[in-house]
Design a protein around this ligand. Structure first.
Ligand SMILES: NC(=O)c1ccc[n+]([C@@H]2O[C@H](COP(=O)([O-])OP(=O)(O)OC[C@H]3O[C@@H](n4cnc5c(N)ncnc54)[C@H](O)[C@@H]3O)[C@@H](O)[C@H]2O)c1
Length: 308
């Protein structure tokens, strides 16, 4: 199992670290455009191997895609992150060009690769990869919902004063401050609906805090977060590498599912050795259906800015 990560920045390095620590991949290649940067990150991470007990070989490369040849999975984190006060959508101008050329270079050297798109605005970048490559839809996956769901569970646990392992919940829809749809009506604590324990007002607060989870961290850190994004990517990469058929909300290309077409947006999917093995259709409440439609409109507005 060979995994390439493009972009050796905060998120890319965090992805490499978590993948290595879980020790399921034989090789992780990190590639960056900045001379020596990926090599440095790879060397630093390899010097944690004896301490963190992993055998995954991590190598760093400056922009030489021939070294990524034969990758089973490639994660695209290259591009600029947002600064405090920015929306993810504002990154489109720079990141669209980067994501398009990176995807083409990866596929040229690894025609069987499964691509995982992380760069923002992520749903639109995932759609861009669909529109500009010949990869089948099961091999193009956007990461956003797994992270947003982890943030949702964190906020639910906080509100319930419960351990996070007691909580289950999911966020679907667009990966944006306004587009996320936290499924509060479906969230549970030990299989009991959280609405049994929390008032509607408190649950709405949890949903709002979840939606601005990335912006809250960007304000605190001065740039966007990396630990939880890296952990979310590593869990999804592991599900594919180990053929786990695990369910994650991912940005997937829809052809009628959830009443939506010709769009990439967060929906529950099963991840296994073929990438997206199934889009899971869950029964949404009327309010959730309306929010999903509204979210899709937002994603389409950003997609319209693409020149494809
Ligand atoms: N989908 C999500 O849930 C999620 C979460 C966090 C961050 N992000 C996004 O991920 C991206 C990366 O964030 P970050 O914090 O790691 O940023 P960063 O600035 O720390 O790292 C980005 C790296 O990409 C490299 N790069 C730029 N152009 C490149 C190219 N053409 N080829 C190869 N490498 C290139 C840069 O040199 C830099 O090292 C941003 O767009 C950010 O918004 C998405």
């Amino acid at each position: 199992m060979k995994v390439t990560i493009v972009g050796a920045g905060a998120v890319g390095a965090s992805c490499a670290e978590y993948i290595a620590i879980k020790d399921f991949a034989s090789e992780v290649v990190i590639l960056d455009i900045k001379e020596g940067f990926a090599e440095g990150k790879a060397m630093d991470l390899m010097q944690t191997a004896s301490l963190n007990c992993f055998d995954t070989k991590i190598t760093g490369i400056t922009n030489d895609y021939s070294k990524t040849a034969g990758s089973d999975i490639a994660v695209i984190t290259s591009g600029i992150p947002r600064k405090p006060g920015m929306t993810r959508e504002e990154l489109i101008g720079i990141n669209a060009g980067i994501v398009k050329s990176v995807a083409a270079s990866l596929i040229e050297h690894s025609p069987n690769v499964i691509l995982m798109v992380v760069s923002n605005p992520m749903d639109t970048m995932t759609y861009l990869v669909h529109k500009t490559t010949d990869l089948p839809k099961n091999r193009i996956i956007g990461m956003g919902g797994a992270l947003d769901s982890a943030r949702f569970k964190y906020r639910l646990a906080e509100a319930l004063e419960a351990p996070i392992s007691d909580i289950d919940g999911m966020v679907i829809g667009g990966h944006s401050d306004t587009g996320m749809v936290p499924l509060t009506a479906h969230a549970t604590r030990n299989s009991i609906k959280v609405s049994e324990f929390l008032s509607e007002e408190r649950l709405n607060q949890v949903a709002e805090d979840t939606k601005v989870g990335g912006a809250t961290l960007t304000k605190l850190l001065g740039t966007s977060a990396w630990y939880a994004p890296g952990a979310a990517v590593s869990a999804m990469v592991q599900a594919i590498a180990c053929d786990q058929k695990k369910m994650f909300p991912c940005s997937a290309f829809l052809e009628g599912e959830y009443g939506l077409e010709d769009i990439c947006i967060g929906v529950p999917v099963l991840l296994g050795k073929n990438g997206i093995e199934k889009i899971v259709n869950i029964e949404l409440t009327e309010a959730e259906k309306a929010k999903m439609q509204e979210s899709a409109e937002g994603v389409r507005k950003t997609n319209d800015l693409l020149e494809v």
